[in-house]
Write a protein that binds this ligand. Structure first.
Ligand SMILES: NC(=O)c1ccc[n+]([C@@H]2O[C@H](COP(=O)([O-])OP(=O)(O)OC[C@H]3O[C@@H](n4cnc5c(N)ncnc54)[C@H](O)[C@@H]3O)[C@@H](O)[C@H]2O)c1
Ligand SMILES: O=C(O)CC[C@@H](O)C(=O)O
Length: 530
């Protein structure tokens, strides 16, 4: 008999299939502390949570029989994925079940914002009949900027069309074909920030999206715009938002999520006359809670019964006989994927992976999954992408993956080349494993290099001419950016060339801009590898 612990309030209807299963015993014990969970988790084969229970490394460690943690919802920020993987526990989520509900909440917030509904309600029930203070705006003919056009962002765009809004969207994975189908005009973050009357964010919270809307974006926004966050706290800089409202740039904001939840009693949003808030209710409908609970219960049953399952968000076990042979290539593959994602621009359309040399003999599928994980994580967040779902996520985004193998490898016993085609350009990076030295990048586009793929790198495309290396060094030195190593690759003397610098810490954006402005230098990109 499998024992399943439900440790958060989860729809009864949704978990009925678990309750009905003859080989499962379900215990509902909500509101337990970490210590209480540690004391009992050893008895359970599966755990079902929503967002309240923090499934920590200590809980996982104590869960000696635990095979799976099911999250009835999308975000798994409350589950220690690293610890789950280390303990061989599969973590699954229910990514689709609350999409429509959260999209509808976004509209509820946007319309409440446009028409001051919460403020007007408060005044009316307090006995004041005030019609003057609540002059609203229509959605019709307004430009809606959608940042993040995945499941929820795309549904928001579809519904915004029905309101007669013009939609300007940005998502690194949105191709023009998909955008056209949705009736969305694609623009950059800057286009959206400058032109939108309403902005709504639907990205995950990643190092790249944290504060993607901050002071410098508010400074150039259309006066009187309105902004909505029903995704994750932290995507919009809360302090900068309050200042932008107080300066009259932003007319109002609607937030379902906070950088810290629940927010402190003195949080500047609470009680602010132009900010409306809900307590992370995006997914809180009867339907969504049933959907996510049904989805997650079904997959938990499959896992317990050793049947094929979906929606795993961490790494599945790899057969022991393949593990030791492939393991070093996983790291190489993930780094190559991450490198090429950061080096290139535009929506990804096609990836070609070439395995040459001894790699032609083995099943390279897991390596391709790591390459895709490195590539997609840059935009989707490492929390969402793993080797189980990386190929599926690529397919969902219409990214074509081509794998080629050759027994011949000219200069190396093994070589992995990842080429990427976007709407804007084609780039490639090749890497190898050097015995005793680990992963190396040996070619970038057509230029041979020898780069250890780790830490903070700056990738520069420039013209091969005297003095340029010195000028780059001087500019970085003047800005206190210390160069640890430098590699230069060129094909012909005086032709185009690249430089890869390893620096000791992150390079400020202004310094990258100054580099790009230098004569003879074409692009300068920061690439951060684990
Ligand atoms: N408020 C709630 O209760 C609630 C409910 C469900 C989901 N969510 C949150 O909503 C967000 C979206 O969920 P989803 O299911 O649509 O996820 P999704 O993975 O389908 O979509 C996210 C999209 O963001 C894009 N993206 C990543 N980085 C970007 C960047 N820098 N700029 C622009 N786009 C970027 C990705 O390419 C992806 O298409 C997530 O943060 C999720 O946790 C909140
Ligand atoms: O209400 C919840 O469980 C959180 C919903 C949402 O943030 C999610 O990530 O699915």
């Amino acid at each position: 008999m499998f024992k399943v612990l439900v440790s958060d309030p989860i729809s009864d209807m949704g978990i009925q299939q678990l309750v009905d299963a003859s080989d499962v015993l379900v215990d509902k014990k909500t509101g337990l502390s970490e210590e209480e969970l540690i004391a009992i988790i050893g008895d359970y084969d599966a755990m079902l949570v929503r967002s309240q229970t923090r499934v920590t490394a200590n809980i996982m460690g104590a869960g000696k029989k635990l095979k799976v943690v099911g999250r009835a919802g999308v975000g798994v920020d409350n589950i220690d994925l690293e610890a789950a993987t280390q303990n061989g526990i599969i973590v699954i989520n229910a990514p689709d079940g609350n999409t429509i509900t959260t999209c509808e909440h976004t509209f509820a917030m946007m319309m409440a914002l446009a028409r001051h509904i919460p403020q007007a309600y408060k005044k009316t029930v307090s006995g004041t009949w005030d019609r003057k203070s609540f002059l609203g705006v229509e959605l019709r003919n307004k430009t809606l900027g959608v940042l993040g056009m995945g499941r929820i962002g795309s549904e928001v765009a579809k519904r915004a069309k029905a309101f007669g809004m013009n939609i300007l969207g940005f998502d690194p994975f949105m191709t023009e074909e998909r955008a056209e189908k949705l009736g969305v005009k694609l623009g950059s973050v800057d286009d959206i920030v400058r032109n939108a009357d309403f902005i709504t964010v639907h990205t995950p919270l990643t190092p790249e999206t944290r504060h993607m809307i901050g002071k410098s974006q508010f400074d150039v926004m259309k006066r009187g715009m309105r902004i909505v966050n029903c995704a994750r706290g932290g995507i919009i800089d809360e302090q900068a938002l309050v200042e932008a409202i107080d300066e009259g740039i932003v007319a109002g904001a609607a937030f379902d999520v906070f950088e810290k939840e629940p927010p402190a009693a003195d949080h500047p949003f609470l009680g602010h006359p132009s900010i409306i808030v809900t307590p992370h209710l995006g997914a809180s409908t009867v339907e969504a809670q049933e959907n996510v609970a049904i989805d997650v219960s079904e997959q938990v049953l499959h896992i317990l019964r050793n049947e094929p399952f979906m929606n795993a968000v961490n790494m599945p076990p790899i057969p022991a006989n393949l593990q030791s042979k492939l393991q070093p290539y996983f790291e190489l593959g993930e780094k190559l994927g991450s490198f090429i994602a950061q080096a290139s621009e535009g929506a990804v359309q096609e990836i070609t992976v070439q395995y040459a040399g001894e790699l032609a003999e083995v099943d390279t599928q897991p390596i391709t999954r790591y390459i895709m994980r490195g590539l997609l994580s840059h935009h989707l967040g490492s929390e969402q992408v793993n080797i189980v779902n990386s190929m599926h996520l690529a397919k969902q985004r219409d990214i074509n993956i081509i794998v080629q193998k050759s027994h011949k490898s000219k200069d190396f016993t093994n070589l992995v080349t990842v080429s990427l085609r976007t709407k804007k350009e084609e780039r490639s990076v090749a890497g190898t494993l050097l015995t005793g030295y680990g992963p190396r990048i040996v070619q970038i586009d057509k230029y041979p290099v020898d780069v250890t793929p780790e830490g903070n790198l700056i990738l520069i495309a420039h013209n091969d001419k005297p003095g340029i290396i010195g000028s780059v060094g001087t500019l970085l030195g003047n800005n206190n950016v210390n160069i640890a190593t430098m590699q230069v690759g060129r094909q012909l003397e005086g032709g185009s060339a690249i430089m890869v610098l390893r620096v000791d810490k992150g390079t400020p954006k202004e310094v990258l801009l100054q580099l790009t402005d230098m004569s003879g230098l074409n692009t300068a990109k920061e690439i951060i590898l684990p």
